[in-house]
Design a protein around this ligand. Structure first.
Ligand code: EPS
Length: 351
């Protein structure tokens, strides 16, 4: 990322999740309640597990905002993990608290456990699980909720829709589908769509592969845990369409350029084209399941069953909220590259 950057830290059952955001211009209104509402949206959705009954994610703003406005200095955000109290020994920072019996060594197929343990040479797979966990998406949503608020001050807004849960595309069947998976002790994936409206023409660029906004959005959405495919507009169906079916022809209406279709999902040549940005993504079923999967115990080398850890049955609704907020980060970064200034007034003059 360029002008707008952030780093997060924190383990799933550690004390807290934190983020430092750099590159926010001064003078933008930031409402803590908006961030908290986005955090709440991420926690909701049918199919979440018991952890969500423990956590009531709320943000603490530690720097960079005064009297509801950005100062231009780094913004630090923190979400405390309420569940940490129950994990303070297992997650202790002190060497004296280590006991081998608390380790787990049976990697869950589909999770980061195996590759992470080999890569970082961890014997206790919890050392991988804790950061690989989708718990960290809470703080990412908080960051995105800051970006979203700045975009909204230029009329740019967004929403998302669930398109599929497991094998059903009928919203009336979503809950039944999740109930039946839960009863079987297995998990479910799904598909969702994020739509951003009122984007200016020309965010991103065609001049280099690494400036194309579709590539940047794909990276941001693809790297949400469990997301396995990302497409823009009707990208999933583009292979079988004829050229004259897929392209969005250009017309004029009251001296304005208009399109009658939006198969391109608002991006042509790696740039926003003024139409709605449409991003579709599919999430695989969560790898943590009560119904055990086969694995190998890395300590004994023997075949056994995978570790089970309290988990969600289906987190597709949460994933859509995460994607909305992650995309906001890409859009704000591009927005600031195009209309950048050190403060809101300068940016308004350029917009
Ligand atoms: C969580 C997402 C999931 C939950 C986690 C909280 O992460 P993971 O990728 O590890 O499955 O399981 O909760 C727990 C680890 C727990 O103790 O229940 C989230 O979105 O906050």
């Amino acid at each position: 990322m360029g002008n707008f950057r952030f780093l997060t830290s924190g383990e799933s059952h550690g004390k807290a999740l934190t983020a430092i955001i750099e590159g926010l211009p001064a003078g933008f209104d930031i409402d803590e309640n908006f961030i908290n509402n986005e955090l709440k949206r991420r926690q909701q959705g049918y199919g979440r597990g018991k952890r969500m009954e423990i956590e009531h994610d709320t943000v603490e703003i530690l720097s960079g905002i005064r009297f509801g406005k950005t100062l231009g200095s780094p913004v630090t955000l923190m979400i405390k993990n309420k569940d940490w109290e129950n994990w303070s020994e297992i997650m202790s920072v002190n060497a004296k608290d280590f006991t081998e019996e608390k380790s787990f060594t049976t990697p869950r197929p589909g999770h980061a456990d195996f590759a992470g343990a080999v890569k970082y040479s961890h014997e206790d797979l919890r050392n991988v699980l804790e950061r690989a966990s989708a718990r960290k998406t809470a703080i990412e949503v908080a960051v995105g909720a800051v970006a979203k608020q700045i975009l909204a001050q230029f009329g740019i807004n967004c929403h998302s829709e669930i398109l599929q849960i497991g094998k059903t595309t009928n919203p009336d069947d979503f809950e039944n589908e999740i109930n039946s998976a839960r009863e079987k002790g297995i998990s479910l994936g799904g598909k969702f769509k994020v739509i951003y409206q009122n984007l200016p023409v020309g965010l991103g660029s065609y001049v280099h592969y690494d400036r194309m906004i579709d590539g940047k959005i794909a990276q941001m959405v693809m790297s949400i845990p469990a997301v396995r495919s990302v497409s823009i507009g009707d990208g999933e169906n583009c292979a079988s369409a004829y050229g004259n079916e897929f392209q969005d022809e250009i017309y004029t209406e009251n001296d304005k350029i208009v399109r009658k279709t939006n198969h391109a999902g608002g991006i042509e040549g790696g740039m926003t084209n003024g139409e709605d940005l449409v991003v579709v993504a599919s999430m695989k079923p969560i790898p943590t399941m009560k119904t055990a999967l086969k694995t190998v115990d890395l300590k004994t080398g023997k075949e056994t069953e995978a570790h089970f850890e309290r988990s969600d049955t289906c987190a597709v609704e949460a994933c859509a909220v995460i994607a909305e907020n992650r995309i906001a980060c890409v859009l704000l970064d591009e927005f600031l590259q195009k209309f950048g200034g050190d403060n809101k007034k300068e940016i308004e003059n350029l917009f």
